[in-house]
Design a protein around this ligand. Sequence first.
Ligand code: SPV
Ligand code: MG
Length: 671
Amino acid sequence: MQALILASGMGTRMGALTADRPKCMTPLPDGETILSRQLRQLISAGIQRIVITTGAFADVLTGYVSSLSLSAEIVFVHNPEFASTNYIYSMHLAGSSLSGDMLLIHGDLVFEDTVLDMIAGSRESAMAVSTTLPLPEKDFKAVIEEDRITAVGIGFTENAAAAQPLYKLLDSDRRIWFAKIAEYCSSGDEAKRKCYAENAFNEVSESCCIRPVDFTGLLCSEIDDPSDLEAVSAELEKLRSRSVYMCFSSDFIHSGHIRMIRRAAKLGRLTVGIMTDEAVTAYKHFPLVPYDERAQLFGNINGVAEVTAQETLSYRKILSTLRPDIVVHGSDWRNGFQQPVRSEVISVLSSYGGKLVEFPFSDDKITSAAEMEMRAELALPDHRRGILRKLLAVKRPVTAIEAHSGLTGLIAENSRVYENGSVRQFDAMWISSLCDSTSRGKPDIELVDLTARMRTVNEIMEVTTKPVIFDGDTGGLTEHFVYTVRTLERTGVSMVIIEDKTGLKKNSLFGTEVAQTQADTDEFCRKITAGKNALKTDELMICARIESLILGKGSDDALARAHAYVAAGADAIMIHSRSSSPDEVLVFARSFRETNSYTPLVCVPTSYCSATEEELSSAGINIVIYANQLTRSAFPAMQKAADSILRTHSAAECDSMCMPFKEIIRLIPEE
Ligand code: SPV
Ligand code: MG
């Protein structure tokens, strides 16, 4: 790509500053001139051929440029009629020296590197505009319609944005505009050599596609008179101390991140926020790489001055602490669930004069390829098994939902709701004995054997990445349990819950309506200890489930058992209840926490479904399991569909209750 700098003008409004030199040679505070700054920026952006139009003080200008010993090819095109024409004529004269895509810049424009990057990096023709700056009275405005610039000039106000003469023109647009310019300049009409080149553009704008590129918050100003020079000089001073913030939640670094960091670092001193494990967990999944390592990785990238922890998806707290001048983000968050986060950032920034700079996001392919790879890794048994323990350290409560098949596993894995710019999702999956048995049309009496249960576990694990909590019923004979835990450990299960029952187990929700026997405490303790001793890692957690409340034995019995099971090695305690109120579970949890603050507590609010996660967690519960809701909601839906077909002798009525077949075939993404 090449560049055209228009530097033929007289610059009379600059007074003494242009008495012996062209305006583009006006010195800036840091020792550069407007032109030498532009040339340096263009060359460092990779531009190797630069055409400069000259007019007033042409010799001074060419001599000055050659004294700069630049590494790019510089071509001068002189406009001998500079005093009586406008830059449209200089562009006309330069036209034959140009080919391909180009940048077009007025020689009195001062802009920062990022603005040039945004324009030069645009895939389409582009012009620098600010959609939020007030419309300038005497300077250019661009009319924007459907994200295209349809006219540029001083007089427009409707759908207009402040615009600066910094363009990228793709070859096709350049040809169209320059052909019109040639027509203007060869028409013999003097007025058409004195008008703006944009007058010609406005006649052909329908055939061109120039996109507005928003430079709001960044320096991009023309210098027309000494007061402009003063304002721009002050801006340049400010740039030196400008602070920039951007945040990453990623486990891996790819070329897109490096590009973003490079661009952000050009804006000022860059602090990178790294989302804490807790924050990443809440919004995506438990990070593969822990916070400290991620902070080190990002901290070592060139351009990153500092790293800091961002504790939530919301930027409010960190922005209030750091008060950066600029926040950088990919433009992808304008759509999707992060919109409220973005709005909050804009409002916090505007409260103290900070600005948001968004870079176009073009790394979808790299990101999704890396994410696919990461998902594969997340699903590996050795990775998945330890996640629940890690989750327990950063999140309360951890939530799990029942899954009994690949499909319900996918629902547990992928269900998300977006709430105020944040995401809510389940943390883990519960492989319920009730639902696993029910889906096979069998009673929940340990009739479905371990081999069949493991088939379900594998089916679910094959299509998911979240940790699995396995309902181990009574755990069977201690002599069998020691083998079961090893099988679960090898498979990547994170927790097995065994209930303190003995004999023929029936589902707890029957309570005392059926004959059920609670296990002897010591005997159950021996099972727990044997299970713990059989394990090869300390990642698979053995959770002891207490049935005292179910069997009407009261809270004291439950508490005594809980302490005994913990002493025997239980990694967690599940307290079960079939009461319609959560009170007995809450009382148990609070009492247990009086003497034990560390052992995770698990509960299953099926009968006391009115309990909220907040209520349970504030009493000391760590894991809330929604144990059967997918099975219980699917069954009536299926029953209704079957009844409807039988009743109406047709599938027509039932069709409206069903997912469209186009969706069902796309429900399972192909990898
Ligand atoms: C299960 O889901 O299989 C359970 C929980 O064990 S409950 O059905 O409430 O006993
Ligand atoms: Mg069960």
